[in-house]
Design a protein around this ligand. Sequence first.
Ligand code: ADP
Length: 313
Amino acid sequence: MIKVKNITKKYGSFTAVEDISFEIQEGEIVGFLGPNGAGKSTTMNMITGFIEQTEGEIEVAGFDTLKNPKKAKKNIGYMPEGVPLYYDLTVKEFVTYMAQMKKVDKKEIKEKVQKVLKETGLEDVQNKLTKNLSRGYKQRVSMAGALVSNPKILILDEPTVGLDPKQVTEIRSLIKSLGKDHTVILSSHILSEVSQICNKVIIINKGKIVAIDTPENLENKVSTDNTIYVTVEDNENKVEQVKGQIEGIKEIKLIQENEDKTKQYMITGEEGKDLRKLVFEVFARENITIFEMKKVDVTLEDAFMKLIEGGEQ
Ligand code: ADP
């Protein structure tokens, strides 16, 4: 659906994006993840045809963005960062105006506007002035404007910035549902957001791609060992003696002794080894009572930091 080939963007002598390439397939929800200034907006703006790349080629739905800009643009609905709305228009008027701008067939405008208002949960507020809406609803209106021509691709720049937690949850689930019928690209500097919404993550740092993968794979990639935390009642101090019975164990370490006389241990296994089952069996056999057992997963945050640090070396 989108092919980005060896794209570089320079602002004067400053290189904002350097030789990046990736492809996005139909139906994917892709997240551009990176710190501020990484080059996310620049990349999105080149895909939308809003700015021109210095080098390289971009294809959108089979059309080159420089050679066939109109046809390429027709496939994209773009929601810029912030919410630039015309505040003296009602929700319905604004979305209708966007439909006219995008040259939606006059006979179809009414129907398409109502369809998109329904899709974005705006039916009940369609006659309100956009300026009187909450930030979350303004964001929806902006999204409706991007969607009204029914583009195949939806590009959202930082869609949840400035929203309160409830609005964030609502917008995220809206994006997920839009992902069923559209290819979606969004940018974010929030890791949990990308891992919740997207099925593919492109991590960008200082204008370069440092990783492209699924959120799950990125987490696995940087997971070097398997650590579990176990809280036990062990009056006879047997835990450290049973170490030899747990195959694949690397280390067992007392972390804390609690007031109720339970103790928490950190148990580290060899790479790729999940020790939970074995620890449970051995401890049960030795009459060590387990109060709690938890696995510590590497988060996307860890993956992100590791990849970015690696990229800078
Ligand atoms: P992000 O969206 O990841 O925060 P941007 O794509 O907005 O990053 O910016 C990437 C880099 O390019 C930044 O260092 C930014 O200052 C620079 N930049 C962006 N737009 C311009 C411009 N019009 N002129 C000069 N530098 C720019």
